[in-house]
Design a protein around this ligand. Structure first.
Ligand SMILES: C[S@@+](CC[C@H](N)C(=O)[O-])C[C@H]1O[C@@H](n2cnc3c(N)ncnc32)[C@H](O)[C@@H]1O
Length: 159
């Protein structure tokens, strides 16, 4: 039997380097007092660095399943399990009030998913393109921040 190709063959459990999480959190246009949620805690690198004590987390391995939660937060921000983009994109959109920040494989953010987010009133506010060498695979990952503000310089066409 072939062994795992990469050091991190389970891409649902790869941890974001702390300096990257800190940088990505600065992309969230939050106001003082806003509530934050890390919906995929892992080892807590996003949660620990949120700039507030008004924060919550979910982690399936600790018995807290985000996908069954209906609690809403101003901001939902995390690095998702890469094998489940659709359900996490939809749930983060459903459970955010002001917006969400999602780190995912670049090809996970399809035109159809962007169109659905627009129909829910969520638009790309910023995009950070990442290539994290220590993850040991060749795919680009992206960090998208979605907010309720429609952006004139970004469009989605599905025809
Ligand atoms: C790619 S890891 C990222 C962890 C952390 N956010 C980071 O950036 O280092 C995704 C995490 O989501 C957790 N997870 C998977 N499904 C979940 C669910 N339904 N609810 C909450 N956490 C979940 C996994 O156990 C894993 O710890």
């Amino acid at each position: 039997m072939r062994g795992p190709k990469h050091a991190h063959s389970d891409r649902d459990k790869i941890w974001t380097p702390e300096n990257i999480a800190i940088e990505l959190i600065t992309k969230i246009p939050a106001m003082d007092g806003d509530s934050w949620c890390d919906c995929c805690l892992g080892e807590g690198v996003f949660f620990d660095n949120f700039p507030t004590e008004n924060k919550d987390w979910y982690e399936i391995d600790l018995g807290e399943d985000f996908l069954t939660s209906n609690t809403k937060y101003d901001w939902v921000v995390t690095n998702i399990p890469f094998s489940q983009p659709k359900v996490f994109i939809n749930k983060m959109a459903e459970n955010c009030i002001k917006g969400f920040g999602i780190l995912c494989l670049a090809n996970s953010m399809t035109a159809m998913r962007l169109e659905k987010l627009e129909s829910m009133g969520l638009y790309i506010h910023s995009l950070t393109v990442l290539y994290i060498r220590e993850w040991g695979f060749g795919y680009r990952t992206d960090f998208y921040v979605f907010t309720r503000d429609e952006q004139p310089n970004f469009g989605v066409v599905v025809q």
